[in-house]
Design a protein around this ligand. Structure first.
Ligand SMILES: NC(=O)c1ccc[n+]([C@@H]2O[C@H](COP(=O)([O-])OP(=O)(O)OC[C@H]3O[C@@H](n4cnc5c(N)ncnc54)[C@H](OP(=O)(O)O)[C@@H]3O)[C@@H](O)[C@H]2O)c1
Length: 254
């Protein structure tokens, strides 16, 4: 029988790359991000580790790119068992009083409409495999963090998209995940841009987390994302789970 196949967006670095390396132990992976060179390097790394990966450069905000990653994955591996909608952006960091609606639209195009478009393109194939959609959300979906309006609103809406998808698609398991605070490029952007756009105490909390070595290595939540993509049970569909919940960690096995 052919191996399961998982599409992972934002797979060129950070959390997405870490998840892809874990998924590749058990499944074929299709990697999507905009930077072709970084994506090719990610695929090479996975190949060197004994996995099978196809890089498909593309932008999740473009409908045609989402369709292309689905087509390319089917051409390479013949099936799609799961998506990990992980590509995301924190910007713009600015208070609502100074909000630029066009910048919010760009944020939502990546964080919310990207997962929508890719899910839509893959749905017939996911239904056929009783597949899974894992949406990488954030604690910010449930908290109002000063300066993060666009991101908080997008991730809150992503959780709702997950719930509605679960209600509409009984053959697909849809789960939103909170990955914790992870040491990635996104956290560097927060430290670089947050001094002006965020409330000073919140900004300092993020800088301190980094300086005190409290940010998670991407491999920890990355392993949980991989396990959810491969094993999340149908009865969790519609839920917002945390990467470190006992039941999620139990999926990792030995
Ligand atoms: N880091 C944290 O503390 C944290 C906490 C909670 C949630 N998250 C979530 O975790 C996910 C991954 O974030 P990360 O921390 O790993 O960030 P990151 O290091 O900045 O990685 C983001 C990834 O998304 C890709 N990407 C961005 N825009 C894209 C687009 N339009 N189309 C396709 N790919 C795109 C990037 O590659 P290209 O630039 O080459 O496209 C990159 O591979 C995000 O959804 C984020 O909201 C992160």
């Amino acid at each position: 029988m052919s191996k399961p196949t998982v599409i992972i967006t934002g797979a060129s670095r950070g959390l997405g790359l870490a998840a892809a390396r874990f998924v590749a132990v058990r499944a074929n992976v299709a990697l999507m991000a905009r930077s072709a060179a970084e994506l090719a390097e990610a695929a090479r790394l996975i190949g060197a580790e004994g996995g099978t990966a196809v890089p498909v450069p593309g932008n999740v905000t473009k409908r045609e790119d989402c369709a292309r990653v689905v087509e390319k994955t089917l051409a390479e591996y013949g099936r799609i068992d799961a998506l990990i909608n992980n590509a995301g952006t924190i910007e713009p960091i600015a208070p609502i009083a100074a909000a630029d609606a066009a910048a919010w639209q760009k944020n939502w195009a990546v964080n919310l409409l990207g997962p929508l478009q890719l899910t839509q393109a893959a749905l017939p194939h996911l239904r056929a495999r009783r597949g899974r959609v894992i949406n990488v959300s954030s604690g910010a979906a449930e908290y109002g963090l000063p300066g993060w309006g666009a991101y908080c609103a997008a991730k809150g809406a992503l959780n709702q998209l997950t719930r509605v998808l679960a209600a509409e698609e009984p053959l697909v398991t849809a789960v939103a995940v909170r990955p914790g605070a992870v040491n990635t490029e996104m956290q560097r952007v927060i430290r670089e841009q947050g001094a002006t756009g965020m409330a000073p105490d919140v900004y300092k909390r993020f800088v301190r987390k980094y300086e005190d070595g409290q940010l998670l290595p991407p491999e920890k939540p990355g392993a949980a994302l991989a396990a959810l993509a491969l094993y999340a049970p149908p009865e969790w569909s519609g839920e917002f789970v945390a990467w470190d919940e006992e039941r999620v960690q139990a999926l990792l096995g030995d």
